[in-house]
Design a protein. Sequence first.
Length: 447
Amino acid sequence: MNYEEFIAAKKVAPVDAGFEPGPVSECLFEFQRDIVRWAIRKGRAAIFAAFGLGKSRMQLEIGRQVCAHTGGRFLIVAPLGVRGEFKCDAEAMGLSITFVRRIEECAATGLYITNYETVRDGKLDPRDFDGASLDEASCLRGFGGTKTFREFMALFAGDDRRNMHERVQGQSVRYRFVATATPSPNDLIELLAYSAFLDVLDVSQAKTRFFKRDSTKADNLTLHAHKEREFWLWVSSWALFVTKPSDLGYSDEGYSLPPFEVYWHEIPSDHAGAGEERSGQGRLLRDAALGIVDASREKRDSLNARMAKLMELRAIDPDAHRIVWHDLESERAAIEKACPEVVSVYGSQDLEEREQAIADFSNGAVRELATKPVLCGSGCNFQRHCAWAIYLGIGFKFNDFAQSIHRLQRFLQTKPVRVDIIYTEAERECGTCSNRSGGNTTSSSPR
C-alpha cells in the first residue's frame, strides 16, 4: 500500500444499508422517483427537498417499498395537523395510510402515521416497525439538549443516553429516513445530529475528523480548511439537497415560485413607560427590546395598538382567506375577542379538534385561522386556498418564521403571496426585523 492508498483508506466510506427498489409509482414525477430510488438503496438517508417538491409522496412511496420488501410495517412521524395531507396524497397514489397512537391499532403490515408527541411520550414504540421516516424532523435540531431528541435517538437509532451518565446500545429501526426542507448548511451540528440519527457517523467521531474545536463555546464548530471538500462529499453520501427539479437535471416547469411581497408595519412604542436608569434618572425613550423578556413586555404593552393595525389590514379584503400568526396566549385571546369568526389553534386544545381546524383551513372550509408558528408552522400545506399571512408580532426563532412563511410561499401556490409583519419601534433592531432586507422578498414601506 502506497501513501495515497493509505490516505484514501482513511476517508469515511458511504454507508448503503438498503435494498434494490421495485417499480416506483407512476404518480411521482421522474425527479421524485430518482430520489426515492436513491433513498431506498441507502436504507438510511436524509431528503432535504424544498417546500412543495413532494416530500410527503416520496415518503409514502418509500414506505410502500419497505413494506413490500419486508412484509412488515412502515411508520411516518409528522407534526400535528399534517396527517390530512398524507391521507390526501396517499389516496391520490392509490395507497392507504392509517393514523395510530398505539401498536394495537396496527395490522401486521401497512403504512401508518402518528404525531411526534405520541412517540415522545412512550405511547408507540417505533421499533415495532420495519422502517420509519421523520417528516419535518425539527426535533433533531436540539442535539442532545431536548427530551425529544434523546428519546428519538434511543427508540429509532438504538443509542440510549437518556440518563446522561450511561450510553446503552439497543435495538434500532432497520430503515430510517428524515425529510425536511429547512436544514441549515451553516448549522453544522444540526447536520451531525441527522448523521447520528441515521447511524452514519457518531457525532464525536465526526467532530474529531472534520472540525476545529472552540474551547470558549461548546459545539461552535469550524471546518478544517483541508477537510471542507471531504466533509461535503461525505454529507452528500447520505443526504440529498434539492431546491428545484433542475438540480437533478429535470425541467423546472410548474415549479416557479409566485411573486412574494412583504409589508412592514411599525407601531410607535409608548415611551411613557420607558422606566429609569440605575441612578434613578428617568429614561426619555424606551430601550430596544433585544432580549426575550423585554420583547414579551413590549408585546403585552403594545397589544392594543397591534390589534388596531390587524383590524385595519383585515378590512382591506374582509372575505380573503388568511392566516394570523401570533406568539402569546394574550394575543390569541385578543384575536378571538375582536374577530369571533376566526378559528384558533392552540396548545391546550383537544388534538382531534386541532387537527380538524387545520384540515378545514387547508381545504378552504375555514376562511381565517389564528395560530402560532411553533404549532402549525411546519408540515402544513395552506397554499391551495390561502395566499395572505399577517404576523401580529415578531419572534426570535428564524426557523419557525421561515417554516411558517413557506406554508404559503411554496411550489404549486398559484397566487401572489402577501405577508404583513406588525412590530413596534422598540423591536426594530431585533428578531425578524433585523433580517428585513434578506431573502428573495421585496419590502414595502409601512402603510
